[in-house]
Design a protein around this ligand. Structure first.
Ligand code: SAM
Ligand code: SF4
Length: 475
C-alpha cells in the first residue's frame, strides 16, 4: 500500500531531461532506419517512452510522416475499433478564486456573470442533457471554497445520479473536473461514485505555469501536478490528465505529459485512464495575442498521432473546442471520446430557466455547435459507432482491470456489444426516423464484427429487447 502522506512533490517532471530529450531527438530523427524501428516497435502496441515520442514529434520527412499517421490509424482501429464514446460537460459553477490567464472564469474578469446551479436547476440541466441522449457527463466547476466546496460538488453529483427523466433514463457516469484537492476529499468523491477524476495540467513547464497562474491555490505547481497521485491514493483508479495546448511549446508539453504518465504507471501500476487534448480558445476577457505558442492544426494533429502510438491503451478525449473539420481528422488518428452539443456556460442546456444569459457565464467559445443528431449522423456516415456506454466503471472494470481487458483483446467482446446496445437505446429513445434507418445499418454491419459467437447472438437478442423498450443492458 501507499504511504499515508499526501503526494506533493512534482520533481519527477524533470526539466533537464525533457530539454535533453528534445535536443537528442533532433539528432536521432536524421536516422530514417532508427525512426522506422521505432514505428515497428510501436506497432506491437507496447507503447514508447518520452524520448522516443520526442523523435516522432521531430519527423519532417514526408514518407515517415505518412507512416506515422498510418500507424496511428492502425493502432486506433486495432484497439478501439470504430467506437466513439460520447459525453457532455456540465458546468455547475463559475465562481473562482484563481486567476488563470487563459480562462474567462478567472476571479478578476469583470464581464463574467457569476452563477452556480441550484438543485432544481441541476434537475433541469440533467433533464436537458438526457434529452440530448447523453448518459455520461463531465462535471466542471471553478474553484471556490465558499461557493462550490466539495460538499456542493457531491450534492450536485448525488442530485444528477438520482434524476430520472420521463423515459426513466438517468445519467450513468459522472466524471469530475474540479480543482486539485486532498486525499481525504478524493476519498469522498470515490464514495460519491465518481467515474474518472480529470484534471488538466495546463502546462508542465514551471515558468509558464507560474506566469499563467499568478495567484490562488492553483498557483502551486507541485500541489497541482501531484493531484492525480493523491486521487489514486484516495481510491480513484481512473484518472484523466491533459495539457492545455497553446500555453507553451507543444513539444516540451507532450514529452512532459509522457514522463508524467510513465511516473504514474511506475507508482500505481497503471497510467492515466484518459489523456485530453484541449487547445486554447477565444474566451471572454482573454486576449489570444498574448499567447505566442498557439499551434497550427498540423501540429495539433501530430500531437494526437504521437499520443496514440506512444500510449495506445489510454483513451483520448477531444472536446467541442475544435471545429468539425479538425474533429474529423483527429478521430481517424486516435481520439476515442468526444463531447457533443456542449455548453460551457452555467445552466445553458435548459433553455427556459431564469438565469443570466449563458454567453456571459461561459468559460470559452466552442467551435462545433452541431446537435447530437447531426454529430451522430456524421459519425455513422464516416463509419463510426456512436457509443453511450458506461459499463466498465459500473462493473468495476477500472484502473489496471480495465487495462488488462484492453490489452488482452477481450475488449472487442465487451465494448463492441455495449456500444451497439447503447446506440440502439439512443435511437429508440431519441433518434429521428432518418437517423434510426442509418443507425440500424451501422448496427447490423458492426454486429458481425463481435468475435465471440455466443456474445454475438446474445447481443442480437438484447438489441431486440431494447427495440421492445428494455433499457440499460450491458456486458
Ligand atoms: N477549475 C478547474 C481547473 O481549473 O482545474 C476545473 C476545470 S476548468 C472548468 C476546465 C478546463 O478548461 C481547464 O482545466 C482549462 O484547461 C480549460 N480552459 C480554460 N480556459 C480555456 C480556454 N480559453 N480555451 C480552452 N480551454 C480552456
Ligand atoms: Fe478557475 Fe479553473 Fe478557470 Fe482557472 S481554469 S480560472 S481554476 S475555472
Amino acid at each position: 500500500m501507499y504511504e499515508p502522506k499526501q503526494f506533493q512533490d512534482a520533481s519527477f517532471i524533470d526539466d533537464a531531461e525533457i530539454l535533453a530529450s528534445l535536443e537528442k531527438a533532433k539528432e536521432l530523427v536524421k536516422d530514417k532506419e532508427y525512426v522506422r524501428s521505432l514505428l515497428e516497435k510501436a506497432k506491437t502496441c507496447k507503447g514508447l517512452n518520452h524520448l522516443e515520442a520526442a523523435v516522432l514529434l521531430e519527423i519532417t520527412d514526408p514518407e515517415l510522416e505518412k507512416e506515422l499517421y498510418a500507424l496511428a490509424k492502425e493502432i486506433k482501429e486495432k484497439i478501439y475499433g470504430k467506437r466513439i464514446v460520447l459525453f457532455a460537460p456540465l458546468y455547475v459553477s463559475n465562481h473562482c478564486i484563481n486567476k488563470c490567464e487563459y480562462c474567462a472564469f478567472h476571479k478578476d474578469n469583470p464581464s463574467m456573470v457569476r452563477k452556480k446551479l441550484t438543485m432544481e436547476e441541476i434537475d433541469q440541466e440533467a433533464d436537458a442533457i438526457l434529452a440530448l441522449g447523453h448518459k455520461r457527463i463531465a462535471m466542471e466547476s471553478g474553484e471556490h471554497p465558499v461557493e462550490s466546496p466539495l460538499e456542493y460538488i457531491i450534492e450536485c453529483m448525488e442530485r444528477v445520479y438520482a434524476y430520472k427523466n420521463s423515459r426513466g433514463d438517468s445519467i450513468r457516469r459522472i466524471n469530475v473536473n474540479i480543482a486539485a484537492t486532498t486525499v481525504e476529499e478524493y476519498e469522498k468523491l470515490k464514495a460519491a461514485d465518481i467515474g474518472t477524476f480529470i484534471l488538466f495540467q495546463e502546462s508542465f513547464h514551471r515558468p509558464t505555469y507560474a506566469k499563467m497562474h499568478p495567484v490562488g491555490p492553483k498557483s502551486n505547481y507541485d500541489w497541482h501536478t501531484t493531484a492525480l497521485h493523491r486521487a489514486q491514493q484516495g481510491g480513484i483508479d481512473d484518472v484523466g490528465t491533459g495539457v492545455l495546448y497553446g500555453l507553451y511549446d507543444y513539444k516540451y508539453e507532450l514529452v512532459a505529459q509522457l514522463m508524467y504518465a510513465e511516473h504514474m504507471e511506475k507508482m500505481f501500476g497503471v497510467g492515466p485512464h484518459t489523456i485530453s487534448v484541449p487547445r486554447m480558445r477565444m474566451a471572454e476577457g482573454v486576449d489570444l495575442d498574448k499567447f505566442p505558442y498557439l499551434l497550427t492544426d498540423e501540429q495539433f494533429l501530430r500531437i494526437i498521432a504521437v499520443i496514440r502510438v506512444t500510449t495506445p491503451y489510454t483513451g483520448m478525449i477531444l472536446s467541442t473546442r475544435e471545429t468539425p473539420e479538425t474533429r474529423k481528422k483527429a478521430l481517424e488518428l486516435g481520439i476515442s471520446q468526444v463531447s457533443a452539443a456542449s455548453c460551457t456556460g452555467i445552466g445553458g442546456y435548459h433553455k427556459d430557466v431564469a438565469r443570466p444569459k449563458s454567453d456571459h457565464t461561459a468559460q470559452f467559445q466552442v467551435s462545433d455547435e452541431r446537435t447530437p443528431e447531426e454529430i451522430l449522423t456524421w459519425l455513422c456516415e464516416d463509419g463510426y459507432i456512436p457509443s453511450f456506454c458506461t459499463a466498465c466503471y459500473r462493473e468495476g472494470r477500472t484502473g489496471d482491470r480495465f487495462m488488462y481487458l484492453a490489452k488482452s483483446g477481450e475488449i472487442k467482446n465487451i465494448c463492441q456489444p455495449n456500444a451497439l446496445m447503447t446506440f440502439k437505446e439512443y435511437l429508440v429513445g431519441y433518434g429521428s426516423e432518418d437517423l434510426k434507418k442509418l443507425g440500424q445499418t451501422v448496427i447490423e454491419k458492426e454486429l458481425e464484427k463481435i468475435p465471440d459467437e455466443k456474445t454475438r447472438e446474445l447481443t442480437r437478442e438484447r438489441l431486440q429487447q431494447i427495440e421492445e423498450g428494455e433499457q440499460d443492458l450491458y456486458f
